[in-house]
Design a protein around this ligand. Structure first.
Ligand SMILES: [Zn+2]
Length: 155
């Protein structure tokens, strides 16, 4: 199998909540695409309920783009402790941190309706939990987000 960057990160040595630059790819034309981890929960110490991380996905899809240009994608981590983000260019970590904090403040303040929640717009529109999504945003902000450097597993 191809090597996957995130499998080289030592998940026991990170301190959530954080943003981490996971890597930068160059397209054949030379453009940069940066991938970030936006981690909300400490790895292996709990997980966001599926309904809540689904709502976070819907809300951050819009709110992160309000605070950071050229976002390609924001998707839940399968482990349900945070989100992945792909963005065109190489925004610095402090800028991504500031944008993520601003987006989380928007999530914390968000009132119904949740955007994109209908049978037409979503693949599982009944599976949402706005209250828990807001609680996770509030908790992460209260704990204080930081820039997490990459610490590789020593093999
Ligand atoms: Zn959905």
């Amino acid at each position: 199998m191809a090597n996957v960057e995130s499998f080289d990160l030592d998940h026991t040595k990170v301190s959530a909540p954080y943003v981490r630059l996971a890597g930068v790819k160059r397209t054949p034309r030379g453009d940069a695409i940066s991938k970030y981890d936006l981690r909300l929960l400490q790895p292996n110490a709990g997980a966001i309920d599926p309904a809540a991380i689904h709502t976070l996905e819907h809300l951050l899809a819009g709110y992160l783009r309000d605070h950071l240009t050229d976002v390609v994608d924001v998707s839940p981590m399968g482990c349900r402790t945070g989100m992945y983000m792909a963005v065109i260019g190489e925004p610095n970590e402090e800028g991504v941190l500031t944008a993520f904090e601003a987006a989380l403040r928007d999530v914390e303040a968000h009132e119904r309706p949740i955007p994109g929640v209908s049978e037409l717009e979503c693949g599982n529109y009944r599976d949402h939990d706005l209250d828990q999504a807001r609680t996770h945003a509030r908790d992460a902000l209260a704990q204080g987000l930081k820039v997490q450097p990459t610490i590789l597993i020593e093999r």
